[in-house]
Design a protein. Structure first.
Ligand code: APR
Length: 313
């Protein structure tokens, strides 16, 4: 059986890290694609990882290209093409800049890899994945956005630190848009199977939820240049793995809603089941009135950006 092919459009910080992680996991052959202006950069990153494969027990092939034709035959396409945030910028500040980039990439995917499962990472995430699905015309079960996996992982990290337990035993759930309005769900967190409300007050949880909503910005400020890349990369590879290995993993991601949560035609962070058919199911979590109100507010923020995309494309 031929190896799977993973195309990474955008060979920057997240793209390069994803290539390494995919190789370490022997997930499939990898092609890193970037714009011609970057010259040898995608090839250089691919070659760098290729040369170290014997010490990571990997036998996948890695290539680099500045031609979208390299997308051909890709089973999964992960898109980071675009500009990252700088200190003082919100994700929404990238809307105008990244909208055109996504349109170009969507057209290339439509032409060269229309059967692929597409994961968008470019910010502002919910609007860019909406734009990707709209411009590529791919079915919505094959186009999702990476946000919830990362936001939930960040929340799990903060909960584990607070309780002094292993993060491996903490499962968390963050819904809504990938921005200030994201919603951390108190009763959905479990610690070794124990519901969080038995271990932590709602007030303490609210503090951690607030840090989660600002976690991307916290890293932007520390880095001084660019935004988080290690955990976004590992989160996206986790999602690709669910599809490629038909794992039917349950995680939160930006998926197109078709009436679920009372929302139609918009991308927003919700729990989904991902397997060989892409998004196989959208799961509806029972929310408290307070959570429902916060989720609806977040949906409004996603809608505002999606409306902007509609008005400008
Ligand atoms: N096609 C392909 N690649 C492109 C295109 C395009 N049309 N436009 C830009 N790129 C490339 C850039 O040349 C750059 O190498 O996308 C890459 C982005 O990499 P970085 O600037 O290092 O950004 P990164 O940290 O990887 O984040 C990428 O993900 O989390 C989001 O907010 C973040 O939108 C940003 C994206």
């Amino acid at each position: 059986m031929a190896r799977k092919k993973i195309a990474l459009v955008g060979a920057g910080q997240i793209g390069g890290t994803m290539a390494l992680v995919a190789a370490q996991k022997n997930l499939g052959d990898v092609v890193l694609i970037d714009i011609p202006m970057t010259q040898g950069m995608p090839k250089g990153k691919a070659l760098d990882i290729m040369e170290g494969r014997s010490v990571i027990n990997s036998s996948v092939d890695l290539q680099g290209s500045t031609d979208y034709a390299a997308l051909k035959g890709a089973d999964v396409v992960i898109v980071t093409a675009g500009f990252p945030r700088m200190p003082g910028m919100s994700r929404d500040d990238l809307l105008e800049k990244n909208c055109g980039v996504i349109k170009t990439v969507a057209e290339a995917i439509k032409e060269h890899a229309p059967e692929a499962f597409v994961i968008v990472i470019t910010n502002p995430l919910d609007a860019m994945v909406y734009n990707m699905q709209k411009q590529s015309g791919l079915p919505s079960n094959k186009v999702i956005g990476m946000a919830g996996v990362l936001d939930s992982a960040r929340l799990a990290c903060f909960v584990a630190d607070e309780l002094g337990v292993s993060v491996e035993d903490v499962k968390a759930l963050v819904l809504g848009g990938h921005g200030d309005t994201m919603v951390s769900i108190y009763e959905s967190v479990s610690v070794g199977g124990i519901p969080l409300p038995q271990l932590m007050t709602k007030e303490k949880f609210a503090e951690l939820a607030k840090r989660t909503a600002g976690a991307g910005g916290e890293i932007v400020n520390l880095l001084g240049r660019g935004s988080a890349f290690y955990s976004p990369a590992t989160s996206a590879i986790h999602m690709a793995e669910a599809y490629l290995l038909d794992k039917k993993n349950v995680f939160s991601c930006a998926a197109k809603l078709n009436g679920e949560y009372g929302v139609k035609g918009l991308y927003c962070g919700v729990p989904v089941v991902v397997g060989a058919n892409g998004v196989e199911k959208i799961l509806e979590v029972k929310l408290t009135e307070e959570e429902k109100a916060a989720f609806n507010k977040s949906v409004e923020a996603c809608k505002k950006n999606a409306d902007w995309v509609d008005a400008h494309t």
